[in-house]
Structure formats: C-alpha cells, structure tokens
Design a protein around this ligand. Structure first.
Ligand code: NDP
Length: 289
C-alpha cells in the first residue's frame, strides 16, 4: 500500500482564502480589520521566527498584527502588563503569547491573564479545562490540535468508535489532541515516555498522531495497514547537503510509513501550515463574535 498524502499546505491555502474573505467582511462591518496581539519574550531565534511567520500570514489574509517584544530580562509584572494591555485594546481581537517563556517567568500566571474571549491560541487553562469536560464548550481550541483534526477530516475517516493513539501528552499538543479525538467519539490511548511497548500499542490504532519530538521514531512495523497517520513532530537534523546544514523531519519515518499507512502527512508541509491557519481562523472568529 502507498499512503495518500494529506497536503497541509493545500488545506491551509484553501482555508486562508476563506479567512481572507471573512476578514474583509469584518472590516466593512466594523470599520477596522481583525487584530492579533503577539507577546514575545526573550531572544530565542525559533520563537522569533514563528512570530514572524504568524505576522506574515496575518498580513496575507488582512488581519492586523501588533507585537509586544520584551527582553529575556523582563519581569513577571512586565510580561503580564503586556498581556493586559492587549486585553484592553479594542483593536485587538486575539492574543498570542509565544511559548516557551523564559524559565524566570511563571507561564501559568501569564496565560491566566489572557482574556477568555481573546484566547485565540486556546491555551488558557479554563479553555483547556472546558475542552475536557462534557457539556462545556471552550471559546477557542488550540491551534495545532485543531489543525490536526482538520487534517484527519481530509482522510474522510469516521472517527466514531475508532482506535486512536496519541504519542505525547504535552499541554499544548498531545493533551488537547487526545481530548478532541475523544470528543469526536474515538477510543483514545495516550502514550508517553513511560509507555511500555509503544510499537504494540500504536499498531492497534486506526489513527496515529505523533507529537513526540523524536526524529523518525515511528517505523513501518508500528502501524496498522491503512491507518491515518498525522505527524506533528518538527525536528531539525544535521544535513550536509542543505545550505543551512540541517533539515526538518517529523516524528514518523516518512519513507517507511508511506508503505503501510492509508493516509499520511508530510514534514514540512503537514501540520505546520495548519497551526498558523488555525490561529488566523480563531482571530477572525474572535472579531466576528
Ligand atoms: P514536549 O517535549 O512538550 O512533549 C513531548 C511528549 O512526547 C511528552 O509527553 C513525552 O513524554 C513524549 N515523549 C518523549 N520521548 C518519548 C519517547 N521516546 N517515547 C514516547 N513518548 C515520548 O513536546 P510538544 O508536545 O511541545 O511537541 C511535540 C513535537 O511537535 C515536537 O517535535 C515539536 O517541535 C512539534 N510541534 C510542532 C508544531 C507544528 O505546528 N508543526 C507545533 C507544536 C509542536 P513525557 O510526558 O512522559 O515526558
């Protein structure tokens, strides 16, 4: 079997075009374009790059972005003040705090400051809590997990009653993906670094989501033939043939997996473009509310 590739770039392009139309409608109704406020603390080059990519994507779809860029030496109060300033700014519909924050900053206290109606990254503890509760609806769901659910939908699989395995249990990726799959009526197993015989557990799954941070860990013999495999991983590995000296690979061994899986995402070009798109979609939703 050769897996069908789920093209995250194509899905993202399609959705961004719809978001652009929605943003233009908001602009003509409200007399202002939707606004995203970004808080970036410290000088981590990867975080700075992600923020630039998100700001460029905003420009493409007609969302205005404003950045509050603070040095690594910023105090807890200064970071929280930056969030509060965006809470009070009527031109800002959504707030993104770029994680990770420097270790000197209490991340939970900062996230708690984000107004629930502006939590377009869906990582306020209340929104995450609502995601896991029956009968409750979060105002927003987190960007990467929401993107993963859209990519799974591209396969056409009916999730009800299916076995899903999520490898990774972080607050911003693995945990919310597992909750969203459960809410879609899949039977979900959450795996992590203490899982015994990960390969055997993963082999049971109709849907595998790998969010681990271990290059090409998931091999062909870990997969049930025909499974839908979504690779969240984004790992830089040395590559002497690349100008930069490195390239990005996922948590799934793509070449092996494509021989067994039914559906598979690529890295890059899978989950990454969807993460940004979901942030834009949530910002538009906040402006439309
Ligand atoms: P974390 O490091 O926060 O979490 C990794 C998870 O994987 C943990 O739950 C950990 O288990 C588990 N894990 C680590 N090693 C193993 C192992 N050998 N076997 C089984 N489980 C293991 O990472 P994130 O959740 O933030 O990110 C995961 C990956 O997704 C990374 O590659 C990251 O770069 C990528 N990512 C991509 C995004 C995108 O837009 N494409 C967005 C966000 C992340 P334990 O809990 O026991 O420690």
């Amino acid at each position: 079997m050769t897996a069908a590739i789920i093209d995250g770039r194509a899905v993202a392009r399609r959705m961004q075009s719809e978001i652009g139309t929605g943003a233009a409608e908001v602009a003509s109704r409200l007399g202002r374009v939707p606004g995203l406020g970004v808080v970036l603390v410290g000088d981590d080059p990867a975080s700075a790059m992600y923020v630039r990519m998100k700001q460029r994507a905003c420009e493409r779809v007609g969302i205005q972005s404003a950045a509050s860029i603070l040095p690594a030496s910023a105090t807890q109060a200064e970071v929280e003040d930056a969030v509060r300033a965006f809470n009070e700014d009527i031109a800002i519909d959504g707030i993104l705090v770029q994680l990770p924050l420097p270790s000197s900053i209490n991340e939970e206290a900062v996230l708690n400051e984000i107004s629930l109606i502006k939590d377009v990254d869906g990582i306020h503890p209340v929104n995450l809590g609502f995601l896991g509760m029956r009968g409750r609806e979060p105002t927003f769901t987190p960007a990467t997990p929401t993107g993963v659910m859209h990519l799974i939908a591209e396969s056409g699989i009916d999730l009800s009653g299916k076995e899903a395995v999520v490898i990774g249990r972080s607050n911003i990726v693995g945990l919310p993906i597992a909750l969203m799959l459960t809410n879609a009526d899949a039977t979900v197993t959450r795996c992590h670094s203490r899982t015994i015989d990960l390969a055997a557990v993963t082999r049971r799954a109709d849907i595998v989501v790998a969010a681990v941070g271990q290059p090409e860990m998931v091999k062909a013999d870990w997969l049930k033939p025909g499974a839908v495999v979504i690779d969240v991983g984004s790992n830089a590995v040395p590559d002497s043939e690349s100008d930069k000296g490195y390239r990005y690979v996922g948590d799934v061994d793509f070449e092996q997996a494509r021989e067994v899986a039914g559906w598979l995402t690529k890295v890059p070009g899978g989950v990454g473009p969807m993460t940004i798109t979901m942030l834009l979609a949530n910002t538009l939703k906040a402006a439309q509310a």
